[in-house]
Design a protein. Structure first.
Length: 417
Protein backbone atom coordinates (compact mmCIF):
# COMPACT_ATOMS: atom_id res chain seq x y z
CA UNK A 1 0.00 0.00 0.00
CA UNK A 2 1.13 3.57 -0.63
CA UNK A 3 2.44 5.62 2.27
CA UNK A 4 1.21 9.21 2.74
CA UNK A 5 4.08 10.75 0.78
CA UNK A 6 3.41 8.40 -2.13
CA UNK A 7 -0.32 9.13 -1.97
CA UNK A 8 0.30 12.85 -2.19
CA UNK A 9 2.75 12.33 -5.05
CA UNK A 10 0.01 10.38 -6.82
CA UNK A 11 -2.56 13.18 -6.36
CA UNK A 12 -0.12 15.97 -7.18
CA UNK A 13 0.99 14.11 -10.28
CA UNK A 14 -2.20 15.39 -11.90
CA UNK A 15 -2.54 19.04 -12.92
CA UNK A 16 -4.87 21.32 -10.99
CA UNK A 17 -7.26 21.80 -13.90
CA UNK A 18 -6.65 18.67 -16.00
CA UNK A 19 -7.19 18.65 -19.74
CA UNK A 20 -10.06 20.92 -20.87
CA UNK A 21 -13.46 19.20 -20.94
CA UNK A 22 -16.59 19.71 -23.02
CA UNK A 23 -18.70 17.16 -21.17
CA UNK A 24 -18.54 14.80 -18.18
CA UNK A 25 -17.45 11.71 -20.12
CA UNK A 26 -13.97 11.63 -18.57
CA UNK A 27 -15.15 11.51 -14.96
CA UNK A 28 -18.03 9.22 -16.00
CA UNK A 29 -15.48 6.71 -17.29
CA UNK A 30 -13.56 6.73 -14.00
CA UNK A 31 -16.79 6.34 -12.00
CA UNK A 32 -17.74 3.40 -14.22
CA UNK A 33 -14.41 1.71 -13.52
CA UNK A 34 -15.08 2.01 -9.78
CA UNK A 35 -18.66 0.69 -9.87
CA UNK A 36 -20.37 4.10 -9.95
CA UNK A 37 -19.88 5.21 -6.34
CA UNK A 38 -21.87 8.42 -6.93
CA UNK A 39 -25.04 6.35 -7.34
CA UNK A 40 -24.71 4.87 -3.83
CA UNK A 41 -24.76 8.19 -1.96
CA UNK A 42 -27.30 10.92 -1.23
CA UNK A 43 -26.20 14.50 -1.85
CA UNK A 44 -26.90 18.14 -1.25
CA UNK A 45 -25.09 19.80 -4.15
CA UNK A 46 -23.87 23.39 -3.67
CA UNK A 47 -22.59 25.83 -6.30
CA UNK A 48 -21.97 29.57 -6.22
CA UNK A 49 -19.27 32.23 -6.34
CA UNK A 50 -19.39 33.15 -2.67
CA UNK A 51 -21.00 31.54 0.34
CA UNK A 52 -21.03 27.91 -0.73
CA UNK A 53 -18.36 26.95 1.81
CA UNK A 54 -20.28 28.61 4.64
CA UNK A 55 -23.60 27.04 3.62
CA UNK A 56 -21.85 23.66 3.42
CA UNK A 57 -20.53 24.05 6.96
CA UNK A 58 -23.89 25.18 8.35
CA UNK A 59 -25.56 22.14 6.80
CA UNK A 60 -22.77 19.82 7.94
CA UNK A 61 -23.10 20.87 11.56
CA UNK A 62 -26.90 20.76 11.48
CA UNK A 63 -26.86 17.20 10.13
CA UNK A 64 -24.21 16.07 12.62
CA UNK A 65 -26.25 17.58 15.46
CA UNK A 66 -29.24 15.66 14.08
CA UNK A 67 -27.34 12.38 14.41
CA UNK A 68 -26.58 11.64 10.74
CA UNK A 69 -23.26 10.37 9.40
CA UNK A 70 -22.40 13.37 7.29
CA UNK A 71 -19.77 13.61 4.58
CA UNK A 72 -18.47 17.03 3.57
CA UNK A 73 -16.49 17.67 0.40
CA UNK A 74 -15.09 21.19 -0.03
CA UNK A 75 -12.53 23.10 -2.10
CA UNK A 76 -9.86 24.28 -1.72
CA UNK A 77 -8.31 22.84 1.41
CA UNK A 78 -7.43 25.35 4.14
CA UNK A 79 -4.79 23.75 6.38
CA UNK A 80 -3.89 20.53 4.59
CA UNK A 81 -5.10 18.27 1.79
CA UNK A 82 -7.20 15.94 3.92
CA UNK A 83 -9.43 18.69 5.35
CA UNK A 84 -11.43 18.82 2.12
CA UNK A 85 -12.70 15.24 2.68
CA UNK A 86 -14.46 14.92 6.03
CA UNK A 87 -16.95 12.73 7.85
CA UNK A 88 -18.78 14.19 10.85
CA UNK A 89 -16.27 17.03 10.87
CA UNK A 90 -13.18 14.79 10.95
CA UNK A 91 -10.63 14.65 8.11
CA UNK A 92 -10.10 11.45 6.21
CA UNK A 93 -7.35 9.51 8.08
CA UNK A 94 -4.07 9.28 6.24
CA UNK A 95 -4.12 5.47 6.16
CA UNK A 96 -7.58 5.49 4.54
CA UNK A 97 -6.41 8.08 2.03
CA UNK A 98 -3.38 5.95 1.14
CA UNK A 99 -5.41 2.77 0.74
CA UNK A 100 -8.02 4.42 -1.50
CA UNK A 101 -5.35 6.22 -3.57
CA UNK A 102 -3.86 2.80 -4.24
CA UNK A 103 -7.26 1.53 -5.40
CA UNK A 104 -7.91 4.52 -7.66
CA UNK A 105 -4.42 4.35 -9.17
CA UNK A 106 -5.14 0.84 -10.46
CA UNK A 107 -7.81 2.27 -12.77
CA UNK A 108 -5.71 5.05 -14.30
CA UNK A 109 -3.53 4.58 -17.34
CA UNK A 110 -1.87 7.97 -17.11
CA UNK A 111 -2.99 9.67 -20.32
CA UNK A 112 -6.60 10.49 -19.48
CA UNK A 113 -5.85 14.05 -18.37
CA UNK A 114 -7.60 13.90 -15.01
CA UNK A 115 -7.40 16.89 -12.67
CA UNK A 116 -6.39 16.76 -9.00
CA UNK A 117 -9.97 17.73 -8.20
CA UNK A 118 -11.42 14.76 -10.10
CA UNK A 119 -9.09 12.36 -8.31
CA UNK A 120 -9.84 13.92 -4.93
CA UNK A 121 -13.60 13.69 -5.47
CA UNK A 122 -13.26 10.05 -6.47
CA UNK A 123 -11.31 9.28 -3.30
CA UNK A 124 -13.99 11.06 -1.28
CA UNK A 125 -16.90 9.12 -2.80
CA UNK A 126 -15.23 5.77 -2.19
CA UNK A 127 -14.45 6.71 1.41
CA UNK A 128 -17.99 7.95 2.10
CA UNK A 129 -19.37 4.61 0.92
CA UNK A 130 -16.96 2.73 3.18
CA UNK A 131 -17.94 4.94 6.10
CA UNK A 132 -21.67 4.52 5.41
CA UNK A 133 -22.32 8.23 5.06
CA UNK A 134 -26.05 8.93 5.20
CA UNK A 135 -25.76 12.27 3.44
CA UNK A 136 -22.95 14.10 1.63
CA UNK A 137 -22.70 17.89 1.48
CA UNK A 138 -20.98 18.33 -1.87
CA UNK A 139 -19.40 21.62 -2.92
CA UNK A 140 -18.54 22.21 -6.57
CA UNK A 141 -14.99 23.10 -7.51
CA UNK A 142 -15.62 25.72 -10.19
CA UNK A 143 -18.77 26.45 -12.10
CA UNK A 144 -21.26 23.61 -12.14
CA UNK A 145 -22.29 22.43 -15.59
CA UNK A 146 -18.91 20.88 -16.44
CA UNK A 147 -17.68 20.48 -12.87
CA UNK A 148 -16.89 16.84 -12.13
CA UNK A 149 -19.19 16.90 -9.08
CA UNK A 150 -22.06 17.20 -11.55
CA UNK A 151 -21.67 13.49 -12.33
CA UNK A 152 -23.97 12.75 -9.39
CA UNK A 153 -27.60 11.70 -9.96
CA UNK A 154 -30.37 14.17 -9.01
CA UNK A 155 -29.55 15.30 -5.48
CA UNK A 156 -31.84 15.72 -2.50
CA UNK A 157 -31.47 19.44 -3.11
CA UNK A 158 -29.42 21.74 -5.31
CA UNK A 159 -28.26 24.95 -3.64
CA UNK A 160 -26.94 28.01 -5.47
CA UNK A 161 -25.39 30.75 -3.39
CA UNK A 162 -24.32 34.28 -4.31
CA UNK A 163 -23.09 34.63 -7.90
CA UNK A 164 -20.69 37.32 -9.06
CA UNK A 165 -17.65 37.73 -11.28
CA UNK A 166 -14.88 35.17 -10.69
CA UNK A 167 -12.92 32.65 -12.80
CA UNK A 168 -14.08 34.59 -15.84
CA UNK A 169 -11.50 33.05 -18.17
CA UNK A 170 -13.22 29.70 -17.66
CA UNK A 171 -16.84 30.50 -16.78
CA UNK A 172 -17.50 33.52 -19.02
CA UNK A 173 -17.28 37.30 -19.05
CA UNK A 174 -20.90 38.15 -18.24
CA UNK A 175 -23.02 37.42 -15.20
CA UNK A 176 -25.43 35.50 -17.44
CA UNK A 177 -22.65 33.23 -18.72
CA UNK A 178 -21.33 32.59 -15.19
CA UNK A 179 -24.84 31.95 -13.82
CA UNK A 180 -25.59 29.52 -16.64
CA UNK A 181 -22.53 27.50 -15.68
CA UNK A 182 -23.50 27.49 -11.99
CA UNK A 183 -27.10 26.58 -12.87
CA UNK A 184 -25.75 23.48 -14.59
CA UNK A 185 -26.08 21.59 -11.29
CA UNK A 186 -29.88 21.97 -11.42
CA UNK A 187 -31.38 18.58 -12.29
CA UNK A 188 -34.88 17.68 -13.34
CA UNK A 189 -37.35 17.51 -10.44
CA UNK A 190 -34.77 18.15 -7.71
CA UNK A 191 -35.72 21.13 -5.49
CA UNK A 192 -33.49 24.18 -5.85
CA UNK A 193 -32.68 26.64 -3.05
CA UNK A 194 -31.34 29.99 -4.29
CA UNK A 195 -29.72 32.36 -1.80
CA UNK A 196 -31.49 35.68 -1.18
CA UNK A 197 -30.38 38.86 -2.95
CA UNK A 198 -28.76 36.78 -5.68
CA UNK A 199 -27.72 38.94 -8.63
CA UNK A 200 -28.48 36.05 -10.99
CA UNK A 201 -31.85 35.10 -9.49
CA UNK A 202 -33.86 35.54 -12.70
CA UNK A 203 -31.48 33.39 -14.74
CA UNK A 204 -31.41 30.67 -12.08
CA UNK A 205 -35.20 30.63 -11.66
CA UNK A 206 -35.72 30.40 -15.42
CA UNK A 207 -33.29 27.48 -15.66
CA UNK A 208 -34.92 25.64 -12.76
CA UNK A 209 -38.43 26.23 -14.09
CA UNK A 210 -37.48 24.80 -17.47
CA UNK A 211 -36.40 21.61 -15.71
CA UNK A 212 -39.58 21.31 -13.67
CA UNK A 213 -37.87 22.07 -10.36
CA UNK A 214 -39.40 23.59 -7.27
CA UNK A 215 -37.59 26.86 -6.52
CA UNK A 216 -37.16 28.08 -2.94
CA UNK A 217 -35.76 31.54 -2.14
CA UNK A 218 -35.40 32.52 1.52
CA UNK A 219 -37.66 35.39 2.56
CA UNK A 220 -35.73 38.21 4.25
CA UNK A 221 -38.72 40.54 4.45
CA UNK A 222 -39.51 41.98 7.84
CA UNK A 223 -42.67 39.90 8.11
CA UNK A 224 -40.67 36.66 7.99
CA UNK A 225 -37.11 37.45 9.05
CA UNK A 226 -36.21 39.83 11.87
CA UNK A 227 -32.52 40.69 12.28
CA UNK A 228 -31.73 41.63 15.87
CA UNK A 229 -27.95 42.13 15.65
CA UNK A 230 -25.50 42.13 12.75
CA UNK A 231 -22.89 44.65 13.90
CA UNK A 232 -19.22 44.38 13.02
CA UNK A 233 -17.32 41.48 14.55
CA UNK A 234 -20.01 40.48 17.03
CA UNK A 235 -22.24 37.39 16.86
CA UNK A 236 -25.35 37.85 14.76
CA UNK A 237 -28.85 37.10 16.03
CA UNK A 238 -31.97 36.81 13.94
CA UNK A 239 -35.46 35.31 13.89
CA UNK A 240 -36.56 33.32 10.84
CA UNK A 241 -40.06 31.90 10.46
CA UNK A 242 -40.68 32.63 14.13
CA UNK A 243 -37.59 30.81 15.47
CA UNK A 244 -34.57 32.51 17.07
CA UNK A 245 -31.04 31.76 15.86
CA UNK A 246 -27.53 32.93 16.72
CA UNK A 247 -24.44 32.60 14.53
CA UNK A 248 -20.84 33.39 15.41
CA UNK A 249 -19.84 34.16 11.82
CA UNK A 250 -20.32 37.89 11.34
CA UNK A 251 -21.75 40.00 8.55
CA UNK A 252 -25.09 40.27 6.77
CA UNK A 253 -23.84 37.85 4.14
CA UNK A 254 -23.63 35.15 6.81
CA UNK A 255 -27.27 35.64 7.73
CA UNK A 256 -28.06 35.17 4.04
CA UNK A 257 -25.99 31.98 4.04
CA UNK A 258 -27.66 30.77 7.23
CA UNK A 259 -31.22 31.21 5.93
CA UNK A 260 -30.18 29.45 2.72
CA UNK A 261 -29.14 26.51 4.90
CA UNK A 262 -32.43 26.72 6.82
CA UNK A 263 -34.49 26.41 3.65
CA UNK A 264 -32.33 23.48 2.55
CA UNK A 265 -33.07 21.81 5.90
CA UNK A 266 -36.78 22.17 5.16
CA UNK A 267 -36.25 20.26 1.91
CA UNK A 268 -34.35 17.52 3.74
CA UNK A 269 -37.16 17.17 6.27
CA UNK A 270 -39.49 16.39 3.38
CA UNK A 271 -37.06 13.62 2.42
CA UNK A 272 -37.62 11.91 5.79
CA UNK A 273 -34.60 13.34 7.59
CA UNK A 274 -35.54 13.98 11.21
CA UNK A 275 -34.09 17.40 12.07
CA UNK A 276 -35.20 19.07 15.28
CA UNK A 277 -35.26 22.84 15.70
CA UNK A 278 -32.78 22.53 18.59
CA UNK A 279 -30.34 20.64 16.32
CA UNK A 280 -30.59 23.40 13.75
CA UNK A 281 -29.98 26.07 16.37
CA UNK A 282 -26.93 24.25 17.78
CA UNK A 283 -25.57 23.53 14.30
CA UNK A 284 -25.78 27.15 13.21
CA UNK A 285 -24.36 28.49 16.45
CA UNK A 286 -21.29 26.25 16.46
CA UNK A 287 -20.33 26.86 12.82
CA UNK A 288 -17.11 28.71 12.15
CA UNK A 289 -15.32 28.50 8.80
CA UNK A 290 -11.56 28.91 8.80
CA UNK A 291 -10.37 31.88 6.79
CA UNK A 292 -13.76 33.61 6.58
CA UNK A 293 -13.59 36.80 8.66
CA UNK A 294 -11.91 34.73 11.35
CA UNK A 295 -10.66 36.33 14.56
CA UNK A 296 -7.17 34.93 15.21
CA UNK A 297 -6.48 37.04 18.28
CA UNK A 298 -8.40 39.43 20.53
CA UNK A 299 -5.35 41.28 21.90
CA UNK A 300 -4.05 42.50 19.60
CA UNK A 301 -7.11 42.14 17.38
CA UNK A 302 -6.11 40.12 14.30
CA UNK A 303 -8.77 39.25 11.70
CA UNK A 304 -8.12 36.88 8.80
CA UNK A 305 -10.26 36.73 5.66
CA UNK A 306 -9.83 34.81 2.43
CA UNK A 307 -12.33 36.77 0.33
CA UNK A 308 -10.72 37.40 -3.04
CA UNK A 309 -13.41 38.53 -5.49
CA UNK A 310 -15.76 41.52 -5.61
CA UNK A 311 -18.47 40.04 -3.39
CA UNK A 312 -15.97 38.63 -0.91
CA UNK A 313 -14.17 41.95 -0.54
CA UNK A 314 -17.49 43.78 -0.25
CA UNK A 315 -18.60 41.46 2.57
CA UNK A 316 -15.35 42.13 4.43
CA UNK A 317 -15.75 45.86 3.84
CA UNK A 318 -19.23 45.76 5.41
CA UNK A 319 -17.90 44.08 8.55
CA UNK A 320 -15.01 46.55 8.89
CA UNK A 321 -17.41 49.46 8.39
CA UNK A 322 -19.62 48.16 11.20
CA UNK A 323 -16.73 47.25 13.52
CA UNK A 324 -16.32 50.71 15.06
CA UNK A 325 -12.57 50.59 14.39
CA UNK A 326 -11.48 53.55 12.27
CA UNK A 327 -7.95 52.49 11.31
CA UNK A 328 -6.51 49.08 10.54
CA UNK A 329 -3.09 47.79 9.59
CA UNK A 330 -3.39 45.47 6.62
CA UNK A 331 -1.45 42.50 5.31
CA UNK A 332 -2.52 41.96 1.71
CA UNK A 333 -1.73 39.12 -0.68
CA UNK A 334 -3.74 38.14 -3.75
CA UNK A 335 -3.81 35.59 -6.55
CA UNK A 336 -6.33 37.18 -8.92
CA UNK A 337 -4.76 40.16 -10.69
CA UNK A 338 -8.10 41.24 -12.15
CA UNK A 339 -9.50 41.59 -8.61
CA UNK A 340 -6.71 43.91 -7.41
CA UNK A 341 -8.21 47.28 -8.49
CA UNK A 342 -11.54 46.72 -6.73
CA UNK A 343 -9.94 45.20 -3.63
CA UNK A 344 -7.47 48.06 -3.26
CA UNK A 345 -10.07 50.77 -3.89
CA UNK A 346 -12.50 49.19 -1.40
CA UNK A 347 -10.00 48.45 1.37
CA UNK A 348 -7.88 51.61 1.13
CA UNK A 349 -10.25 53.74 3.22
CA UNK A 350 -9.88 51.43 6.24
CA UNK A 351 -6.09 51.11 6.19
CA UNK A 352 -3.59 53.32 7.98
CA UNK A 353 -0.80 51.12 6.62
CA UNK A 354 -0.59 47.98 4.52
CA UNK A 355 2.14 45.36 4.12
CA UNK A 356 2.07 43.74 0.68
CA UNK A 357 3.22 40.14 0.39
CA UNK A 358 3.62 37.31 -2.08
CA UNK A 359 5.30 33.91 -1.82
CA UNK A 360 2.38 32.17 -0.12
CA UNK A 361 1.49 30.30 -3.33
CA UNK A 362 3.04 29.95 -6.76
CA UNK A 363 0.60 32.22 -8.59
CA UNK A 364 0.51 35.07 -6.06
CA UNK A 365 0.26 38.58 -7.50
CA UNK A 366 3.63 40.27 -7.15
CA UNK A 367 3.82 42.39 -4.01
CA UNK A 368 5.17 45.32 -6.07
CA UNK A 369 1.88 45.44 -8.02
CA UNK A 370 -0.15 45.52 -4.81
CA UNK A 371 2.09 48.14 -3.24
CA UNK A 372 1.88 50.47 -6.22
CA UNK A 373 -1.90 50.09 -6.31
CA UNK A 374 -2.29 51.10 -2.65
CA UNK A 375 0.09 54.03 -3.06
CA UNK A 376 -2.22 55.44 -5.72
CA UNK A 377 -4.87 55.70 -2.99
CA UNK A 378 -2.40 57.43 -0.65
CA UNK A 379 -2.16 54.47 1.72
CA UNK A 380 1.22 53.96 3.38
CA UNK A 381 2.25 50.70 1.66
CA UNK A 382 5.36 48.59 2.08
CA UNK A 383 6.68 45.45 0.39
CA UNK A 384 7.76 42.88 2.94
CA UNK A 385 8.68 39.21 3.15
CA UNK A 386 5.62 37.28 4.24
CA UNK A 387 7.54 35.71 7.13
CA UNK A 388 8.06 39.17 8.68
CA UNK A 389 4.75 40.85 7.89
CA UNK A 390 2.75 39.96 10.99
CA UNK A 391 5.52 40.95 13.39
CA UNK A 392 5.87 44.34 11.71
CA UNK A 393 2.10 44.81 11.66
CA UNK A 394 1.89 44.15 15.41
CA UNK A 395 4.48 46.87 16.04
CA UNK A 396 2.02 49.45 14.67
CA UNK A 397 -0.17 48.97 17.75
CA UNK A 398 -3.44 48.81 15.83
CA UNK A 399 -6.02 46.21 14.78
CA UNK A 400 -4.73 43.98 11.96
CA UNK A 401 -6.63 42.65 8.95
CA UNK A 402 -5.03 39.93 6.79
CA UNK A 403 -6.89 39.72 3.48
CA UNK A 404 -6.94 39.06 -0.26
CA UNK A 405 -6.77 35.30 -0.80
CA UNK A 406 -7.79 31.95 0.68
CA UNK A 407 -4.26 30.79 -0.07
CA UNK A 408 -2.91 33.64 2.06
CA UNK A 409 -5.34 32.65 4.82
CA UNK A 410 -4.16 29.04 4.54
CA UNK A 411 -0.51 30.12 4.84
CA UNK A 412 -1.18 32.00 8.09
CA UNK A 413 -3.34 29.26 9.56
CA UNK A 414 -0.59 26.74 8.91
CA UNK A 415 1.92 29.00 10.65
CA UNK A 416 -0.33 28.85 13.69
CA UNK A 417 -0.14 25.07 13.61
Amino acid sequence: MMNYEQAMQFVEGFSRSGKPVRDLSRIAYLMEQLDKPQEKLRFVHIAGTNGKGSVAEYLTNIMIESGYRTGTFTSPYIRHYTDRIRLNGHDIPQNDLCRICEKVSQHIKGDEGYSQFEITMTIAFLWYIEQKAEIVILETGMGGLLDCTNIIPPPLCSVITSISFDHMAILGNTLEEIATQKAGIIKTSSPVVISPNNQAENILVENATQKGCEVIIPDLSGNFCHIQNVHGLEKSRFTYDGIDYEIKMCGMHQIENAVTALETVNVLRRNEFLIAVSSVQRGLEKTAVAGRIQILSENPLIVLDGGHNRDGISALSYVLEESGISEWVGICGMTHADAVPYAVQTMAKYLDKVYCVDGFTGNAVKSEILCNAFLQYHVSAEIIAIENALLQAKRQGKAIIIFGSLYLASWYLNQEG
